[in-house]
Design a protein around this ligand. Sequence first.
Ligand SMILES: [Zn+2]
Length: 201
Amino acid sequence: MMTVIVGPMFSGKTTEMLRRLERYSLAGKDVVLIRPKVDTRPYLAHSKMEFDGDRLCCKDLNQMLDILDHYHVIGIDEGQMFPAIAPYITEASLAGKHIILSALNMTSEGKPFEQVSMAMHYADELIKLTAVCTVCGSEYATMSYYKGTQAKTGDLLVGGPDVYEARCFRCWQEGMKNPKKTKDEKIIFEETLKETALSVE
Ligand SMILES: [Zn+2]
């Protein structure tokens, strides 16, 4: 069984995953939560919910197969940060585990995370959450907007409300046209719009 929870930053993905893990924990199941090592923010700093289970940090899920063997339910946070996550969770799900994956589905330039997209297709249950747009207040913010001043060179730059905010698609697109955006960010943004025919010009 595979549950995939996606959405932009500040949409409550981790909170929703923890709520689900908590339910299993209360039913006496062995529950574990895995977070990527690259995320050095304080543990679950962005969630107020307590987690009553085991917690692990790792870089490579394949190296953890033995450790994970005795857990019934495996929660994976920040799934976009793990390489080759889709085959791993598909296999674990087929082996009888319940995987709950929480992940960003897109970069702040609007580029889909390939492995997360794959996981979404194979999911038994797919939950897409939205945040509240920090610009217009829309309930349907689907995008993470990078507002940091440091040039963003890769898909992944770990940060919180100091460098990211949630925006609806329209406000995100307006923001991406800002001349302060770096050349790389603009190129990725324009290519994504072209590829996905999302332009609303
Ligand atoms: Zn908006």
